[in-house]
Design a protein around this ligand. Sequence first.
Ligand code: AHR
Length: 338
Amino acid sequence: MKQTHSFRSTIAPLGALALAASIAITGCKPESTTTTAPAPSKAAPTGESTLVVGFAQVGAESSWRTAETQSIKEEAAERGVELKFSDAQGKQENQIKAVNGFIAQGVDAIILAPVVETGWEQVLKDAKDAEIPVILVDRGLKVSDDSLYATLIASDFVAEGRMAGEWLAKKTEGKASIIELQGTPGSAPAIDRKKGFADALKEHEGMKIIASQSGDFRRSGGKEVTEALLKVHGDKVTAIYAHNDDMALGAIQAIEEAGKKPGTDILIVSIDGVRGAFEAMVKGTLNCTVECSPLLGPLAFDAVEKAIALDEQPKKTIVEDQVFDQSMAEAVIDSRRY
Ligand code: AHR
């Protein structure tokens, strides 16, 4: 704790400058850049922990989320950062409490993966007043003033949804009756992946979403919703689009229990690219996954360091994703890092 106080007192004047710099940047047009998710930092820890960072995580709803948490924790350890971790169990009020707690503890920076897009104005103002930069990872949010956060590091969720839709349109030659399994209502990936997929479908009259419900990004949610919708729509269903792999894996179970062959009787496309999805593609039960890298630790801590050092950085860094289908799964499965 002593170290923490001495670090904060050393950087206190810099904090004020950082705030001024972020205000200045906001006045300009927001910039963005694209990147691929880098490998973890190889830098050896310097020995003593000097920087204290709070990480307000959504929860542990999916294997993607667990991989992201691990990436942030590993990178903090690599850099000798003291990480204060909070799991909000999928509830915004818990995340707000966690951020307020980090502010009260006087951390040097906060990493936030916002569960939903709206409702952050006040807590971000409080962080700004306390001169604590907030780095958004994985999910964006909507605020009236984007100087309330330092930067966002995330995938382009609209593009992911579009890639999933285009893949399915090609595979089915533009004809499918689709069940959509949505992510958490109000979250950026659920909103944007829905939009991107719908955009891709506009060009194909024969592709229809016949039912769309939330499975909350959970395997159990994907299974329950698929079970219920198969009872209603039966043989009409020819494809499932899941906003994440975990829900697709739950859907696979439900389809098997209904006596059908997932991946053959019903095509399944999802998003994330987690190991379980690659295993399912090798088995033939999942047809396609669009990657969304959770390995954001290195980029997040680069952003933390830049925010504290007052270095300029883009308002948004987009992590590039790619599409993997069954034909590629076997060849790449061993090289997957999550
Ligand atoms: O925000 C990213 C999404 O959140 C991932 O696709 C999903 O698995 C997670 O829970």
